[in-house]
Structure formats: C-alpha cells, structure tokens
Design a protein around this ligand. Structure first.
Ligand code: HEM
Ligand code: HEM
Length: 228
C-alpha cells in the first residue's frame, strides 16, 4: 500500500556544495569558538623570552584564519542559494515564506508537536517551517553579525587606510559606540550561535532516531529516504 511518504521520498536534498560547506563551516565554527573564547579569557602569560613564544599571537592568527574560511564559505553559500536546488534557498527566504499563511500553520503545528509530542511530527523534504525559521534567526542572522563585527574589529587593527576599515569598521564601529562594545556583542553572539548548535545537535540526533526519514546520513549522502 502506498503511503504519503512514497510521494515525497527518496529525494536529493543536499547537493555536494551544501554538504561540503556544512562540514567545513562546522569545523571552522569550532576553531573560532575555542580561539575566540581564549581571546576573551586569555591564558596566563608565559615566562621566558618574549621572542621564544608567540602564544597569544598564534591564538589570534588561528582565529583570523578560521574567520576567513567561515566568511568566504558563508558568501559562497549565499551564491549557491541562487544556483542550487530549491532546498538550498530555504534558510534564506524566511521573510518571504512568512508572507504565506500555510507556512505559519506549519510552524505552529511543529511547535505544538514538539511542545506536546501529540499527533504526527512534521514531515518535510527539506526543513519544516520551524527548523527553517530557527536556522534563519539563529544561524543566518547570527553568522552575518559575527562576520560584520569580526571584520569591524579586524579593520581597527589594520588601520584607517585599510580596505577592511573602510568596508566594515567605518560604519559598524559608530553604530556600537566604541571598540569594547563591539567585543562584548561579538562575544555574546558566540553564545547565541552556540545555543543554536546545541539545539541543532539535539534535534538532528532526535529526528534521526524518532522520525520516519533519514536525517544525519542526508547531510553525508545528500539523499533523504523514508524509513516507513
Ligand atoms: C562564529 C564565528 C566566531 C566566533 C564564535 C568568534 C568568537 C570570538 C570571541 C569570543 C572573541 C573575544 C571577544 C572578547 O571578549 O573580546 C573574538 C574576538 C575577535 N574576533 Fe571573533 N568570532 C567569530 C568570527 C569572527 C570573524 C568572522 C572575524 C573576522 C575577522 C572575527 C574577528 C575577531 C577579532 C578581530 C577579534 C578581536 C581580537 C582581539 O582583540 O585580539 N571573529 N571572537
Ligand atoms: C557534528 C556536528 C553537526 C552535525 C552532526 C550536524 C548535522 C546536520 C544535519 C544532519 C543537517 C541536515 C538536517 C536535515 O536534513 O534536516 C544539518 C543542517 C544544517 N546545519 Fe548542521 N550539524 C553539525 C554542526 C553544525 C554547526 C556547528 C553548524 C553551524 C554553526 C551547523 C549549521 C547547520 C545549518 C545552517 C544547516 C542547514 C543547512 C541548509 O539548509 O543549508 N551544523 N546539520
């Protein structure tokens, strides 16, 4: 007997560029989180000749190298939203999706399900509306802020003549008043993103265990299949 699932699955959801972006970006995020935390709470100073070690310099260098990877990947991911399949757009088009009443129904149905665990869980080929909205609000907006604020601080050290200063610092810094505020908001936004990642990990493991579709393997093979 055919079920509603048979019409929806199997489906090729995550194309290779999205999968590569996801895993490299996740790794860059971990490096940024660890080095960023150490920049905010530095280790004690090391004894001996200053020229024999460069500990804090290496921590900052690693942060900036991972930051470039993270920012370039985000830019490439935005470009892929235009050329990739329809699932590649989902996490960016939330303001447009929110104009549709059916989308809100889907969002409240999913919220109701996760609050009560009554009824059937949301079924979507890509993201359900709740996952789509959470990814936009936390990941897309949080990442954009991290990149803008990060380069605004970076431009300060590079000097007023630098392109980084002109592109980011010149307008971001006045918005936040002064450098320490920018540090504080950059730091706070790290915890905002860490909150997203913790819930994200819980949800992918949970859905992989209890939903009727493949989840974690989909971000490896690209295919979502039904397990009904
Ligand atoms: C998710 C990504 C990122 C995380 C979690 C993160 C985390 C952090 C944290 C926690 C700090 C310390 C703030 C403080 O307490 O003073 C920091 C500093 C900094 N971050 Fe990031 N960051 C990220 C992305 C970026 C990006 C994309 C750039 C762009 C270049 C960047 C550039 C900087 C700079 C310039 C500093 C200040 C370094 C210093 O004052 O020595 N960060 N970051
Ligand atoms: C080991 C850690 C991680 C695992 C196992 C994991 C797993 C997954 C899986 C399975 C999906 C697809 C969900 C689905 O098919 O419905 C996904 C999507 C996603 N993940 Fe992760 N993830 C991890 C780390 C991260 C991190 C650190 C970030 C961000 C900082 C992140 C951001 C995202 C985003 C934005 C999507 C949506 C993809 C899109 O629509 O383009 N993930 N993740």
């Amino acid at each position: 007997m055919s079920t509603p699932h048979d019409k929806l699955f199997p489906v090729y959801v995550w194309e290779a560029p999205v999968r590569i972006w996801h895993w490299v970006m996740a790794l860059a995020f971990v490096v940024l989180g660890v080095t960023g935390y150490l920049i905010g709470s530095p280790p004690g100073s090391v004894g001996g000749e200053a020229s024999d070690h460069f500990l804090f310099g290496y921590i900052r260098f690693t942060h900036f190298a991972a930051a470039y990877v993270f920012a370039i990947l985000f830019a490439m991911r935005i470009v892929w939203a235009f050329i990739g399949n329809r699932f590649a757009r989902e996490i960016f088009v939330v303001p447009l999706a929110a104009l549709n009443g059916k989308w809100w129904h889907g969002l409240f149905d999913a919220l109701h399900y996760y609050a009560t665990f009554r009824g059937k869980g949301p079924v979507a080929q890509g993201h359900n509306p709740l996952a789509q909205a959470a990814t936009f609000v936390f990941y897309v907006l949080g990442t954009a802020f991290m990149i803008l604020s990060g380069f605004a601080m970076y431009g300060e050290a590079q000097g007023m003549e630098s392109l980084t200063f002109k592109l980011f610092t010149s307008w971001m810094m006045p918005l936040f008043g002064y450098s320490q505020n920018m540090h504080t908001f950059h730091h706070l936004c790290m915890w905002y993103l860490i909150t997203f990642v913790l819930v994200h990990l819980y949800m992918v493991v949970r859905e992989d265990s209890f939903s009727k579709e493949t989840i974690i393997s989909s971000m490896i093979s690209g295919w979502r299949t039904s397990r009904e």
